[in-house]
Each structure stands twice: as structure tokens, then as C-alpha cells.
Ligand binder design. Structure first.
Ligand SMILES: Cc1ncc(CN)c(N)n1
Length: 224
């Protein structure tokens, strides 16, 4: 079994729980209150700006110029496709400049991006990919699962289309191919550490839906 198939099998219960999460199901059937999605978009915009930096770090850590180019392209695509989409959604959802200026990440968004930074900065390209892969692969599976869903809300339709398309799946396949190649060449200790990054990111993916569903706050709110 390939390394990617092994780690995918290890996280099956976590990904199955994500698929069943009311936030995700609510996008699919259109019942998710827009207020929750608005909260998600703000937190996810923060998340994506950090995610793009970790992909750029992958470009810097790549062993050859072709892989550097590919990871630089992953970072650019995060900006042009996902952050661009969030900017459009933010306008349509009436997120104001003042709200943006006052924005603070919720605990889970802060913790998840800190995990990506820690895994990415402390290791090699395999650590970067293991940490970011659930972000690609899980969303592609969700997009695929809900491809035929027809929520009434156009924003939810567009969100599903972004992750359900061939372009996003191609990027997942490229990341998996890199990870399997690296996993075959490194030590067992490296493979164990990469698996752990993948599991932790998968747990945080679930926690991110829950954060948006509960509109999570820090335990002791401060005056703005
Ligand atoms: C939290 C999270 N994880 C993954 C993705 C898809 N890149 C995202 N937009 N946000």
C-alpha cells in the first residue's frame, strides 16, 4: 500500500465525521445559516493567507526547480482561486472594511495555522505536504460528494463547484505523488512524523467546521 493510502486509511473516522458535520451537510442541503458561513469566510480568509505562505515555504524547500515552480504555483492558485473567491463572498455577505480591520482569528483558526507553521518550518518538503494535504484532499472529497447537491443559496453552489472540479483534484493528485515519492526515500521516523502532521491537520479540519458552526470565541472576550 502507498504511504498516502496508509495515512488516508488512518484518518478515515475523522474524515467521515467531517462529512457528517452539520456545517458541511448544511452547505450541501442549503440549510446552513448564512451567519455561520459569514463567520467561516472571515476565519478562512485568515487561514488561507497563512496556508499560501506554507506552500511558498514548500517552494523554498523543494529539491529541484520544477518542484519549486509547482509549489509556487500552488501558492499562487490559493491566492487567485480561493482568496479571490473569499473576497467576492465577503462583498456579497456584507463584510465591512471595519470588520476586516477589527478581525481576530478564533482559537481554532489560530491553532490550526500555528500547526502548519510548526510542521512546515521544522521539517523538509515531506513535512510541508503532509501538513497541507488534508486541506486539499478532504475538500476535494467534499466537493466530489456534494457535486450533485443543489442548495438554493448560490454562494453554497459556487463553494461546492470550486472544490468539486477537475482542477482541484489535479492539484490533490500532484501533492499525493510528491508525498509518496518522498515517503519512499526517507526514514521510518520521518514517515511517522509526516503521518502525525497529516492526522493533526485532519483533526483541525474537523475542528474548523465546529469552530464556524459554534462561532467560536476566546474564553475571555475583551473590549474592542
Ligand atoms: C480550513 C480550510 N482547509 C482547507 C481549505 C481548502 N484549501 C480551506 N479553504 N480551508
Amino acid at each position: 500500500m502507498t504511504f498516502s493510502a496508509q495515512i488516508r486509511q488512518a484518518v478515515e473516522p475523522i474524515w467521515a465525521a467531517s462529512m457528517e458535520h452539520p456545517f458541511v451537510k448544511g452547505i450541501g442541503d442549503g440549510t446552513l445559516p448564512l451567519e455561520n458561513f459569514r463567520f467561516y469566510i472571515q476565519q478562512d480568509s485568515y487561514y488561507l493567507t497563512r496556508f499560501a505562505k506554507i506552500l511558498a515555504l514548500g517552494a523554498a524547500k523543494a529539491p529541484d526547480i520544477e518542484t519549486t515552480n509547482q509549489f509556487a504555483d500552488f501558492a499562487k492558485h490559493t491566492y487567485s482561486a480561493e482568496i479571490g473567491l473569499h473576497e467576492q463572498f465577503s462583498k456579497r455577505l456584507g463584510i465591512t472594511a471595519e470588520e476586516r480591520a477589527l478581525f481576530k482569528p478564533a482559537p481554532t483558526a489560530y491553532a490550526y495555522t500555528s500547526h502548519l507553521y510548526q510542521a512546515g518550518h521544522s521539517g523538509h518538503l515531506g513535512d510541508v505536504i503532509a501538513a497541507v494535504l488534508p486541506c486539499y484532499w478532504l475538500y476535494a472529497e467534499i466537493g466530489d460528494t456534494f457535486q450533485d447537491a443543489a442548495p438554493e443559496e448560490p454562494i453554497y453552489q459556487e463553494w461546492i463547484a470550486t472544490y468539486g472540479g477537475k482542477d482541484f483534484q489535479d492539484r490533490v493528485d500532484e501533492q499525493i505523488a510528491h508525498l509518496d515519492k518522498i515517503a519512499a526515500a526517507v526514514s521510518e521516523a520521518d514517515r511517522e512524523r509526516m503521518k502525525e502532521h497529516f492526522i493533526i491537520s485532519s483533526q483541525y479540519e474537523y475542528a474548523f467546521w465546529e469552530m464556524a458552526y459554534q462561532m467560536e470565541t476566546w474564553p475571555v472576550p475583551l473590549e474592542k
